[in-house]
Ligand binder design. Structure first.
Ligand SMILES: Cc1cc2nc3c(=O)[nH]c(=O)nc-3n(C[C@H](O)[C@H](O)[C@H](O)COP(=O)(O)O)c2cc1C
Length: 270
């Protein structure tokens, strides 16, 4: 996985009526078996044939195959899900396949039945899998416009140095520039970009800035899933930059606004 794939990924909701070759599906299957999450929370994946299982999404045209993931309710589960599912999304992108995170606009009942969801489990999101059509549907174009899917908040609105009073300019970000730029390019639910970061010399703290009225029962805290995606992108870029570090959870006590929750820290190993 590399930052070029992160830059190339875009949501795909309009697909060609073209089957995925069995060989590619085998690669997908093998990948999903070894895809691991974060903080020891394991994620289980299913590949679903839409014709056989009856799963569908009102915003998707032309796709027959879906991948769904689920976890057992526990601490850090949303974070781990976001991290592992995005790793898969990027892997699929590297195989030339189109994907889109879907949490809200799906026939949730049908998907939950198809993955045999138990009472103590949550299936936050799914993705179709297939080849992108040459042209997006009118509906997809309208959705992208409505959510401003082609733009992201400026670097210094998302990222800070040492405290939240001190915006970090991209040109001052040093070793963190590439990893943070990859966070900025991440997909997020309705493109809300809830990731906030306070960088220091040898560590980077991640926070979730919660959008009001967003938490939903069926999907857990979907913006924590967004944060898991951010950690995935950050780690890929950090590795590519030759940095050695790992994620830990230890709240540094930096003063944050009430709607902003500490999530995790990337700490350089010396
Ligand atoms: C956790 C999550 C949930 C999402 N849920 C939906 C959804 O229910 N329906 C949909 O059409 N897009 C969904 N999206 C896709 C976002 O709208 C999309 O990523 C964002 O607008 C940015 O566009 P891009 O992915 O092309 O960069 C979701 C994305 C994430 C990360």
């Amino acid at each position: 996985m590399n930052t070029e794939i992160i830059r190339n990924r875009k949501s795909v909701r309009t697909y060609k009526e073209q089957a995925i070759p069995e060989k590619i599906l085998d690669q997908v299957r093998d990948y999903l078996e070894q895809d691991t999450g974060l903080f020891e929370v394991s994620i289980a994946f299913s590949i679903l044939n839409a014709r056989e299982t009856g799963v569908s999404s009102p915003v998707i045209l032309g796709a027959d195959t879906y991948v769904a993931g689920k976890y057992k309710k526990q601490k850090n589960a949303e974070l781990s899900f976001g991290y592992a599912f995005e790793k898969f999304i990027l892997y699929a992108t590297s195989l030339g396949l189109g994907t889109v995170w879907l949490a809200a606009t799906i026939d949730r009942k049908a998907f939950e039945k198809a993955v045999h969801l138990k009472d103590d489990e949550v299936m936050p999101a799914v993705t179709p899998l297939g080849y992108a059509a040459e042209k997006r549907s009118i509906r997809e174009n309208m959705m992208r416009k409505g959510m401003k899917s082609d733009s992201r908040r400026p670097f210094e609105e998302l990222f800070f140095y040492e405290n939240f009073q001190n915006p970090l300019r991209e040109s001052d970000a040093g070793i963190w520039q590439l990893p943070l730029e990859m966070v900025r390019l991440a997909p997020s639910a309705t493109n809300k970009q809830p990731w906030r970061v306070v960088a220091e010399k040898d560590q980077v703290h991640f926070y979730e800035r919660k959008t009001k009225g967003y938490a939903k029962e069926a999907t857990g805290d979907i913006q924590k899933v967004d944060l898991g995606i951010a950690l995935c992108h950050f780690e890929i870029a950090a590795e590519e930059s030759g940095l050695k570090g790992k994620f830990i959870q230890s709240d540094s006590g930096i003063t944050a606004a009430e709607d902003t929750e500490y999530i995790a820290t990337y700490r350089l190993e010396r």
